[in-house]
Design a protein around this ligand. Structure first.
Ligand code: APR
Length: 232
């Protein structure tokens, strides 16, 4: 049995499915400043603006199709002779729709709604409003189940365990500037795990191996190599 493979993905994985990455050159995110739409303070100040922003992202994500990189990662999870941990910062469900069986969404998911009052979660309708009552406690404090800036990412214990169970760490399509995910590569190195980056352009962080190019090309090629080498 091979050791686990820990894959950390970011917005670059879904870019070729038509979903914009975050750090565009103008510093704006779909014409909004991040602090106006992706912080608890923004939600407290103007909840309907935040809901409209995520309603738009939810609609875009629902229309998007998985690309060859999502499909290759689902194939790796199915065919690799060991555990493939798919940890993503992405809030879309394109890995699942490509056939991945288990995906750890550390920044939440567009498909889920959450009650800001009691923490109950339920499947989000395409159009959400802050006045929607919580099905569990009835409070009108509905928010997207998304980890905003200043909030604590989900599944950190499971992520630590997955890293310790792995002997290969692969970062795909992430700029590596948002913590804690940005520190996973360094944690892997401290654990003696080999590190690989697959990105359109190298992020500049230290990796043992870097492949540059669009995810839809370099991820399937890398997966084919990994699966071929386990059979030799
Ligand atoms: N193929 C591969 N990589 C790509 C592609 C592509 N087609 N297009 C862009 N990239 C790379 C960019 O070079 C960049 O390194 O994807 C990365 C995207 O970086 P960001 O936009 O910063 O996205 P990400 O790293 O996922 O952001 C992390 O920040 O805003 C928050 O919570 C949000 O989860 C997000 C987190």
């Amino acid at each position: 049995m091979s050791g686990g493979i820990f894959i950390l993905s970011g917005a670059g994985l879904s870019a070729e499915s038509g979903l914009k990455t975050f750090r565009a050159e103008d510093g704006l995110w779909e014409d909004h400043r991040v602090e106006d739409v992706a912080t608890p303070e923004a939600f407290a100040r103007d909840p309907e603006l935040v809901q409209r922003f995520y309603n738009m992202r939810r609609t875009q994500a629902a229309k998007a199709e998985p690309n060859a990189a999502h499909q290759a990662l689902a194939r790796l999870q199915a065919e690799y002779d060991g555990t493939v941990y798919l940890v993503t910062q992405n809030v879309d469900d394109l890995l699942e729709r490509a056939g991945a069986q288990k995906v750890i969404h550390m920044h939440g998911a567009l498909k889920d709604a959450m009650c800001a009052a009691c923490g109950h979660r339920w499947p989000a309708p395409m159009e959400m409003h802050v006045t929607d009552p919580c099905p569990a406690c009835g409070t009108a404090a509905t928010r997207p189940d998304i980890v905003w800036f200043g909030e604590i990412p989900y599944h950190m214990d499971a992520i630590q365990t997955a890293l310790e169970d792995s002997d290969l760490f692969v970062a795909i399509g992430t700029s590596g500037v948002v913590y804690p995910a940005a520190g996973f590569g360094q944690m892997a190195q401290q654990l003696g795990i080999r590190t690989v980056e697959l990105n359109l352009e190298a992020s500049g962080a230290r990796f043992d191996e870097v492949h540059e190019g669009p995810a839809s090309r370099i991820v399937p090629a890398w997966v084919t190599d990994v699966l071929a080498s386990q059979n030799t």
